[in-house]
Design a protein around this ligand. Structure first.
Ligand code: NAD
Length: 313
């Protein structure tokens, strides 16, 4: 298969590229390297199975031309930082919804029918703490990032209804692991490298979310693609367990070999405006397809902490 991966030089994308090439597929990565890194693809840069196109999704002509001849599009490129919407209010509209529209138009021009899309748990918005299944609604995000993701989901569904596209929409838990460049684990390690005595923790530390290891995320996306055959396939991608922010801080301290670190909480029930502090995703629909996460949330976090320390980012 010829697979076109937007954001393929990023954290999740580069792990996906490793798996696709190991499975014998030919991959084109389309990435502007804004948060991705060329070195994440080092193993394949001289391989005939990888083409890296450094370009932006907001350049429709380049996008349409580069996409020609592919069978499947995996659309991962987006602004990955939920918090940025607070200060850059058009970011998730342009890098999320409009960029997704450009991808869909390029597919339409090239007669490509299949797309995998990375959505997020944040589309559910502030919920009552119940286990969230895909049928939960109404979906009312509280961050501009979430609105951008939900806009993308709507466009995929509309292109399916209007142009016969087939889509696999995954609402990810928090993804952690090798090549991770952002998020709570990287944040804590960076802070403790600067000051090993006191760790600032945003919120009250009781924020509690599911963390999924990146290889589970990649395998889940591909498993769903090969095992579900509706026109619009919508799945949560998550483990069944959760981890609190304070527990993550404790694990980081342990893995860094530190002791007597003071936790300084900034207070309030969440890290920032637009953060959903507590949720649990129901992975039953994916489990029914035959996929389950290999690692629990705590195991994924610990493994990701070790990956990050090893990489010395
Ligand atoms: P990432 O920042 O590592 O990867 C995004 C990639 O897209 C980067 O390589 C970046 O350079 C590229 N990119 C961004 N804007 C682009 C543009 N306009 N044109 C071309 N390339 C562009 O982030 P990630 O964590 O790997 O996330 C991948 C996808 O999964 C994103 O859509 C993100 O919103 C989604 N997601 C991630 C998580 C998580 O916990 N990491 C959770 C839910 C959803």
């Amino acid at each position: 298969m010829r697979v076109f991966v937007t954001g393929g030089a990023g954290f999740i994308g580069s792990n996906l590229v490793d798996t696709l090439i190991a499975q014998g597929h030919t991959v084109t990565v389309y990435d502007n390297l804004s948060s991705g890194r060329k070195e994440f693809l080092t193993a394949h840069l001289h391989s005939p199975h990888l083409t890296l196109k450094e370009a932006d999704l907001l350049q429709p002509a380049a996008l349409t031309k580069t996409m020609e001849g592919h069978n499947l599009v995996v659309h991962l490129a987006a602004n990955p930082y939920v918090r940025l919407g607070e200060t850059q209010t058009d970011l998730d509209l342009t890098q999320g919804t409009i960029a997704t529209h450009n991808v869909l138009e390029a597919m339409r021009h090239n007669h490509i029918h299949d797309i995998i899309y990375s959505s997020s748990s944040v589309v559910y918005g502030e919920t009552t703490g119940s286990l969230l299944s895909e049928s939960y609604g109404p979906t009312l995000p509280i961050s501009l990032y979430g609105a951008g993701k939900l806009g993308g989901e709507g466009l995929l569904s509309a292109y399916a209804g209007t142009f016969g596209l087939r889509c696999w929409i995954y609402r990810f838990a928090n993804i952690v692991g090798r090549h991770g460049t952002h998020g709570v684990i990287v944040d804590f390690i960076t802070k403790l490298n600067t000051n090993p005595h006191t760790l600032e923790i945003l919120g009250d530390g009781r924020q509690c979310k599911p963390y999924l290891y990146v290889t589970d995320c990649v395998n889940g996306m591909l498993h769903g693609y090969t095992h579900s055959h509706d026109q619009v396939n919508l799945y949560n991608l998550s483990c069944t367990t959760t981890t609190t922010v304070t527990r993550i801080a404790e694990m980081v301290v342990e893995e860094m070999g530190l002791s007597s670190v003071k936790f300084a909480y900034t207070g309030g029930d969440r890290g920032w405006k637009g953060d959903v502090p507590r949720f649990q995703l129901d992975p039953n629909a994916m489990n029914t397809l035959g996929w389950t996460a290999t690692y629990t949330s705590d195991e994924a976090v610990r493994k990701a902490i070790r990956d990050t320390l090893d990489a010395n980012l």
